[in-house]
Design a protein around this ligand. Structure first.
Ligand SMILES: [Zn+2]
Length: 139
């Protein structure tokens, strides 16, 4: 998987050095990264869609879609943003407004070909851990 060591180490710490599924403690060299929303179903390797996994759980999960994927991915997206792991290149609102709005994200609008998160007011298009586009919604 083409992911930087920085991102990999971030996920290792974020998931408290434990398998996301079975909670087993993992040494850095033991880890695999699992696409929470499966790669085979269109889930990309954004930092908020990768979780720490032991080899066994990764194999067992296969291409199943977790029932709570939307909730979990939104939490991890917000955390990644707070932790400075999500960039925003085209800032059309102030940082403060952006932060407030990201906290209000309550749904995933789409996953393919890239993740799109939505609050009641804005839609955020994410490519390579970067907010590439912001669309204002009516109202
Ligand atoms: Zn495990």
């Amino acid at each position: 998987m083409n992911i930087s060591n920085r991102d990999k180490f971030y996920i290792y710490e974020r998931d408290k050095r434990r398998c996301f599924y079975c909670k087993k403690d993992l040494k850095y060299r033991q880890i695999t990264l699992d696409h929470y929303f499966p790669k085979s179903k269109g889930g990309t390797k954004e930092i908020f869609n990768l979780v720490l996994s032991c080899k066994k759980c990764n194999r067992l999960k296969g291409n199943k879609i977790p029932i709570n994927y939307e909730e979990i991915i939104i939490i991890m997206f917000k955390k990644a943003y707070i932790d400075g792991m999500i960039k925003c290149t085209k800032l059309i609102v102030s940082n403060l407004e952006l932060k407030k709005e990201i906290f209000k994200v309550n749904r995933i609008e789409s996953i393919k070909p890239n993740f799109v998160f939505q609050s009641n007011n804005m839609r955020f298009y994410i490519i390579d851990n970067t907010i590439e586009k912001i669309v204002f919604l009516g109202g």
